[in-house]
Design a protein around this ligand. Structure first.
Ligand code: BTN
Length: 321
C-alpha cells in the first residue's frame, strides 16, 4: 500500500487529493493519512494543502528494493536483490554468497562500502551518495569465452545512464563510463574458474551518482551525475534502469554482444580514433585505436601500420584522465 501511494504521488502532475487516493486504493482517507504520516517519518517531504490534497516534494536518498524493481521483471540479472546499509565490498559479499551456493542473477547493492575495490588493486571511493552494486553470473563456459561480459556490462550501464539522465555518457574501452574527459563509473569483473571451465563471474559497478566532494586527487579526473545534471539522482530508479539494461544485454547474449549492440558500442566508445599508449612485452607502444573486435578486443595500429590486438591491461587514452 505504501508503495502504491508513493507511486501515485510520484506520477501525479501536481497535487492529488486524499479522496482520489482513497478511491483508487480502495481504503479510507484515514488509512491514506496514516500512510502519508509514515512516509514523512521515513524522510519523504509531502506537502498537504486544504482542498488540493498532497504533493510529493522530495524523497530521501535511500535505496528502496520496491522502487528498484518497479516495472521490471528480470529474467536473469536481479532475480534476487539484496540491499545492505554497509559492507566491505559488494564484490566480496557476492563472492561469499556464491561460495555458499547463491544463484545466478543475485544482485547486492550497498549504501556504503568500507573497502570498495577498484581495478589493478586500487581502492574505490565508497561514501554515501554513490551507487555501489555487484551481480553474480554462473556459467560453465571456458573463461576465454566470457571475456565479452565485461564489455557488455559497461555498454548496458552506459545505455542506462544516458536514458536516465539524458547526459552524453560514453565508454572508454573496455568499460569505464565517462562524461567529457572525466570518469563517472567504473566496473570490476572478477571470476572463479578452472583453466577450462568458469564457475562464476562477479561484476561490480560503481556509479558516481550524488557524490558531491571528491578527494583532492580525484577532483580533476572524476565527475558525478549530480555534478553533470545539477540535480539529485534517484539512485533506486537509476539502479532499476541499469538492471533492466543488464538483464536485456546479458540474458540474450551471455557471451558477447550481438552485432547491433556491437555497432552501437563502437559509436559510444570514445577510445576509437584516438591515440593510445599501452605496454606489450615491457615495451611502451603508441598507436591509434581503430576498432573493437567481435570478442571485445581493442584493435590498434601503430605509425608503421603494424596492428595490435589488446585484450586487457591498462590503456591510456590521450586527452582522457
Ligand atoms: C575501477 O577501478 O574502475 C572499477 C571500480 C569498481 C567499483 C565497484 S563499486 C561496487 C563493486 N564493489 C567493489 O568493491 N568494487 C566494485
Amino acid at each position: 500500500m505504501k508503495y502504491r501511494i508513493l507511486k501515485a504521488l510520484n506520477d501525479a502532475d501536481g497535487y492529488i487529493s486524499g479522496e482520489q487516493l482513497s478511491e483508487s486504493m480502495g481504503v479510507s482517507r484515514t488509512t491514506i493519512w496514516n500512510y502519508i504520516s509514515l512516509l514523512r517519518r521515513e524522510g519523504y517531504v509531502i506537502r498537504s494543502v486544504t482542498n488540493k490534497g498532497y504533493k510529493l516534494i522530495s524523497s530521501p536518498d535511500r535505496l528502496s528494493p520496491e522502487a528498484v524493481s518497479e516495472g521490471y521483471t528480470p529474467s536473469l540479472v536481479g532475480k534476487e536483490l539484496v540491499i545492505l546499509q554497509e559492507t566491505d565490498s559488494t564484490n566480496e559479499e557476492i563472492k561469499r554468497r556464491a561460495a555458499a551456493g547463491a544463484a545466478s542473477g543475485l544482485v547486492i547493492a550497498a549504501e556504503r562500502q568500507t573497502m570498495g575495490k577498484g581495478r589493478l588493486g586500487r581502492s574505490w571511493e565508497s561514501e554515501r551518495g554513490g551507487l555501489f552494486f555487484s551481480f553474480l553470473l554462473r556459467t560453465e563456459l571456458p573463461p576465454s569465452d566470457v571475456t565479452g561480459i565485461t564489455l557488455a556490462a559497461g555498454y548496458a550501464v552506459c545505455l542506462a545512464v544516458r536514458e536516465y539522465s539524458g547526459i552524453d555518457a560514453r565508454i572508454k574501452w573496455p568499460n569505464d563510463i565517462i562524461v567529457g574527459s572525466k570518469k563517472l563509473c567504473g566496473i570490476l569483473t572478477e571470476m572463479s574458474a578452472q583453466p577450462d571451465q568458469t564457475e562464476y563471474i562477479v561484476c561490480g559497478i560503481g556509479i558516481n551518482a550524488n557524490n558531491k566532494d571528491f578527494p583532492e586527487e580525484l577532483r580533476e579526473k572524476c565527475t558525478s551525475l549530480a555534478e553533470e545534471t545539477g540535480s539529485e539522482t534517484d539512485r533506486s530508479r537509476l539502479l532499476g534502469c541499469v538492471l533492466k539494461k543488464l538483464d536485456r544485454v546479458l540474458s540474450s547474449f551471455m557471451v558477447s554482444l550481438c552485432v547491433e549492440d556491437m555497432d552501437h558500442f563502437r559509436k559510444l566508445c570514445v577510445t576509437l580514433g584516438r591515440r593510445i599508449v599501452f605496454v606489450r612485452s615491457k615495451e611502451r607502444i603508441e598507436a591509434t585505436a581503430v576498432d573493437v573486435g567481435s570478442d571485445g578486443e581493442l584493435i590498434a595500429r601503430d605509425d608503421s601500420g603494424k596492428e595490435y590486438s589488446i585484450n586487457s591491461g591498462e590503456v591510456t587514452v590521450q586527452g582522457i584522465y
